[in-house]
Structure formats: C-alpha cells, structure tokens
Design a protein around this ligand. Structure first.
Ligand code: ZN
Ligand code: ZN
Length: 600
C-alpha cells in the first residue's frame, strides 16, 4: 500500500517538472506548493503506518491495534522509507516553495537524516535497553478518552498479541548496554506492569464485557506480564563485563546535537558560550548581591562587628550570592494561595505587554487556567497542555499545581524555590508571552509537520528569551531582587548545557557535576542529584533551552545593529513567531532574506 502511495507522489512530481508532456496541460498544472502539500499528506500518512505508537501519541489512532516488532526487518523498512522520502524531496524545487513550506521541507529532511543516523550510527537499541518499553503506550489506551472504552479495549487486546515477540526481538538487539540504561530499563518495565494488572482490571470492571472477551483479554495480559518480567530478568542476568559508558562521546554528541537541536551553532560553540555566560551571570549577580547584602543580612539585626549574631560578608563571591538568594527566597506566597497568585498574575502580564507594546496578544484566545489534573499532580508548579495536531477542538490549558496535602517541609522548600520573584518569571516562561503566546502564533499558520517535529530548542528558547526581554523592558520595576532571581533562574538553563556537554564530551565526574550545580548554580542537593540522574540517561535535550535562547537573543541583537532606527521590537517578535515552531536558524535565514528584499 505504501509503495503505491509513494509511486503516485512520484508521478505528480514528475508532471511538475514537465517530463510528462501529455499530461502537462496548463489547467492541471499545479504549483510547487500544492505539490509539496500533497507530498506532505502522503508522507505523514506513511509515517504513521511506520510508527503506530508515535501516531497514537499525536492523537492519530488508525493503527492503534498494531505493535511493531523491533527487528532487522523493521529497521530495513524504516531505512527504505527514509530513502524514498529523501529522493522525493530532492525532486522538489525548494526555492519555489513558500517560507512555511521551506521550513517544513528542512524539518522533514532533518527527520529523515536523523533516523538514518540513529539506525546506522547511533544504534541506541544496542546499548540502551530502555528504548524497549511498551507500557506507556498501552497505559495511554486505557487512560485517554479519545474513543469509547470498548473500542480502546479491543485495540488494546489486538495490540497485545505482539508483546512476546516484541521483547524477544529486543533481547536480540542488545549488545553492550550501559549499566545506567540497563537499570533504567529494568525499573521502567517492571514499573509498567501495573498497566496489565491493576489498570486493565479497572478498565474491565468499568466496561464489563462478555465473559469470553474478558477471558481472552486477561489471557493475553498474562502473556504480556510474563514477557516483560522475562525481559527484566534477562537484563538482570546479562553478562556485561565491559559495559559501554553512558557518556555519548564527542563525535556522536556533535551529531546528535546537530539533528536534535538544529542550531546554527555547533555543540562546541554552544558549550563555550554557556561557559562565558555563566561567568557573566556570576559577575552581575555579585554586583547585585553585594548591594543587597546590607538590606537582607546585616541591617535587620542592626548589629555591629564583634556582637553575637553578626554575619560578616563572605569573602567568596559565590557564598555571598548564595546567602542573599536564600534570604530573598523567604518572600513567597502561602501554600494555600499558590494557585490564586498565579491566576492573578496573568492579566497583569497582559497589561504590561500592551502598555509597553511588546507583542500583539489575541484577546479572543484567553488562557484557560485550571487546577492541575490529578494524573499530573506533583510534577510542576505550572505547565501548558496543548491539544495535539488531530485534536482540533481541544483547549489549551495552563495547569497550576496545588500544594494541598504536601507536608510542611516539602511545601516550604518548594515555595522558596518558586518564591515571589521566580513565580513571576515562571508565568512569563510558561504562559505570557512565553509558551502560550508562542502556541497561539504557531496555530495561526498551522503545519502538521511543525506540530509533529516542532523544534524543541526554538520552543524552549522562545520561553527563556521572553523572561529576559520582559525584565529588560522594565517588568518588575528593575528591582535588584528581581534581576538577581532572574539570573539564578537563567543560570539553571546555562548550567544544564555545561553539565550535558561536560558529562557526555568532557568526562565530567559526578563530584564535579554536583559541585557545578550546587555551588555555582545555587541548587539544592536533591535537585542536583536528580539532574545527575537525568544527564546519565539522556543526551543533548538539556541543551535545548540555552541554545534556543542564545540563538534568538543573538539574532535580535544582530538585527538591531543591521536595522538601526528601523528596528521595532514588537514587529520582530510577531514576525519571528509567524514561522511557527521551526528551528531558529531557518527563521533567521528567511527573515534576513526578507530584509534584503525590502532593501532592494
Ligand atoms: Zn516560608
Ligand atoms: Zn519551557
């Protein structure tokens, strides 16, 4: 079936090149953009056939009953798909496409190259056993109400058929796994067993199907449980005398960075920029903390040298900064008004943006603030939930966490982290003009490609960029406390990059990593330990925030220089966002090209 679709697309493309003279009647000639749109439609349909689980996660449920067995045959199919897509792309004249389609083109091309590289070179399936885990996607089928329960249960039943074959194939793929990913795979797979035990039983109770149906489902679930346990056992017993290091190494890291981040900078360049930026942040923070020291540390006690309780100014600048930050963090809302405080801030942010003319905020799409749904509880102070590309009527929500039920100590530590100042920066980042505003603009130029392959560095970079942009324009009245807290917040993003590159390329030890996070980025020990765990099982993703931010910021400064008096911040923001969630380097390229056109 897929072959036929591809063949049809090829015909279409050839017609556009004028090769097919008998069909090249003027009235049937299609523009390059409409050809490309047709190609995209086929491409996405083929993509979902190839990756049913990915499709389901995007809200496309046509292939819900299919579980692909990860073996050489499926890899070969993927590679063939990449090759076909690649040759179809090459047949298109990119120069003739609209800006929107140009960026879509580049993003598809990147996806294809990235997949080929993952299969042929990165080979995570050989060293990362946690890539094999079906629990999450099965859980989604039970928990997500996209269809009636009987339909979801039926697909659940059909999809379970391949679970034993899936894990048998997984065992064959693994060659020299890292210790860290092996443990992760054991924990996550065993942790997911409840899906086939308790979650499934709950669903069966709710649906109450005929006995023979329920029995058949239970029988397959039993096989699934056995297969998962067997996989965990296999990993536990695996003779792995020379395990591979979890550190990716310079070469693989550079490539993964290129594909995942799609930055105009290399990984090396970004790392150097992060190191420089950290030094700059420390310098600025010291100036502020030094000024604030008297207000927060010495003054309240009104004590003089020699008397009991006097706190001398630390000689070490980082210790001084930490001392002042700890004091300022004590200014925070009460646990029971956390949610209300966030809700109250949203209209203030909108007013500020209007007053300063920073970006147009569409009043017809107000942000829906809601209490964090139960299944997300305890994850974050606030987050944005956006509907997937196939969920046209879905709402976008600003989920705000509640601290009710938290023990006092935990709540206090959390409230200090999200203190009076950081809470405002969080709202800028997550909501306005950060993620939510970006999303509203992205939806104005809908692109299925950008919904699926949306560039994480651009999305996170924008949110991080707006934090600084708001403060630069006077948000928070230029209070030194606000700036100091902002710098601390920004330091986290910056050190994520230093940590990630340091660990995977420069062999940074755990001790040095914790020192970086605790003493240089002022993080709590628990937070730093968590970050170490994350960096030892992920690669590159931690760089997306700082890279995107740096690219957007640098680009803005470059444009300011280029345009002089003609530069307008509001226009810059609106134009930048009009391209949707595309990599910053392409947005930059297209915006600069437009500028050149205007000059001529
Ligand atoms: Zn307190
Ligand atoms: Zn974010």
């Amino acid at each position: 079936m897929k072959k036929i679709v591809i063949a049809a697309t090829t015909c279409l493309l050839m017609a556009s090149c004028g090769n097919n003279q008998t069909n090249a009647k003027p009235e049937t000639m299609q523009s390059d953009d409409s050809l490309f749109d047709a190609f995209k439609q086929n491409f996405v349909e083929d993509l979902w056939k190839m990756y049913p689980s990915w499709a389901a996660s995007q809200g496309y449920h046509k292939y819900d009953s299919v579980l692909v067995v990860p073996n050489d045959e499926s890899s070969a199919k993927e590679l063939a798909f990449c090759k076909e897509t690649s040759s179809l792309l090459k047949a298109l004249d990119i120069a003739k496409l609209s800006d929107k389609n140009k960026t879509d083109y580049y993003m598809i091309e990147n996806q294809i190259n990235s997949t080929e590289w993952s299969i042929n070179t990165q080979k995570a399936n050989e060293w990362n056993p946690s890539v094999f885990n079906i629990c999450g996607e099965f859980a989604e089928m039970l928990n997500n109400n996209y269809d009636t329960l009987p339909v979801r249960l039926h697909n659940f039943y059909l999809k379970m058929k391949n679970i034993p074959a899936y894990y048998e194939a997984a065992k064959k793929q693994i060659k020299n796994p890292t210790v860290e990913h092996t443990q992760l795979a054991i924990d996550q797979n065993l942790g997911g067993l409840s899906v086939f035990e308790t979650d499934l039983e709950d669903a069966l109770k709710k649906d109450n199907p005929k006995k023979e149906i329920a029995d058949a489902i239970r029988a397959r679930a039993k096989e699934a449980v056995a297969a998962i346990k067997d996989y965990a056992d296999f990993l536990k017993k695996l003779k792995n005398e020379t395990p591979r290091s979890f550190r990716l190494g310079k070469e693989l890291y550079a490539k993964k960075f290129e594909f995942d981040i799609q930055s105009g900078y290399t990984a090396d360049e970004i790392y150097k920029k992060a190191i420089q930026h950290k030094a700059e942040l420390h310098k600025q923070m010291f100036i502020l903390a030094d000024k604030l020291f008297a207000k927060y540390i010495t003054e309240p006690e009104k004590l003089t040298v020699g008397k009991k309780g006097f706190t001398p100014k630390p000689k070490d600048s980082l210790a001084l900064i930490k001392m002042v930050i700890d004091k300022i963090s004590l200014k925070h809302v009460a646990a029971d008004s956390f949610q209300i405080a966030i809700e109250h801030q949203i209209p203030l942010l909108v007013d500020f943006i209007k007053q300063k003319d920073l970006i147009y905020i569409d009043p017809s799409k107000p942000l829906v603030v809601r209490k964090e749904p139960a299944y997300m509880a305890g994850v974050a102070g606030a987050s944005i939930s956006a509907p997937g590309p196939y969920d046209k009527n879905g709402n976008t929500y600003y989920n705000v966490g509640s601290l009710s039920g938290w023990d006092k100590e935990k709540a206090e530590s959390y409230l200090r982290e999200y203190n009076h100042y950081i809470l405002q920066i969080l709202n800028i980042h997550e909501a306005i003009p950060g993620h939510y505003t970006q999303l509203v603009y992205a939806n104005q130029s809908p692109s299925i490609i950008k919904s699926i392959f949306g560039n994480g560095a651009m999305i996170e970079g924008w949110a991080v960029y707006t934090e600084r942009m708001m403060l630069e324009n006077g948000y928070g009245n230029n209070e030194p406390e606000m700036w100091l807290m902002y710098y601390k917040w920004n330091l986290r993003t910056t050190c994520n990059t230093i940590l990630d590159y340091g660990v995977h390329v420069n062999n940074l030890s755990k001790e040095d990593a914790l020192n970086l996070l605790i003493n240089e980025a002022f993080q709590q020990k628990a937070e730093a330990e968590g970050k170490w765990k994350r960096v030892s099982v992920t690669q590159v993703q931690l760089c997306s925030y700082f890279t995107g931010y740096t690219e957007i910021y640098d680009f803005r400064e470059e444009l300011k220089k280029k345009m002089g008096d003609k530069f307008n911040l509001k226009q810059f923001h609106e134009k930048f966002l009009s391209y949707g969630s595309a990599p910053v380097k392409y947005i930059k390229m297209l915006m600069l090209a437009d500028l050149d056109k205007e000059k001529k």
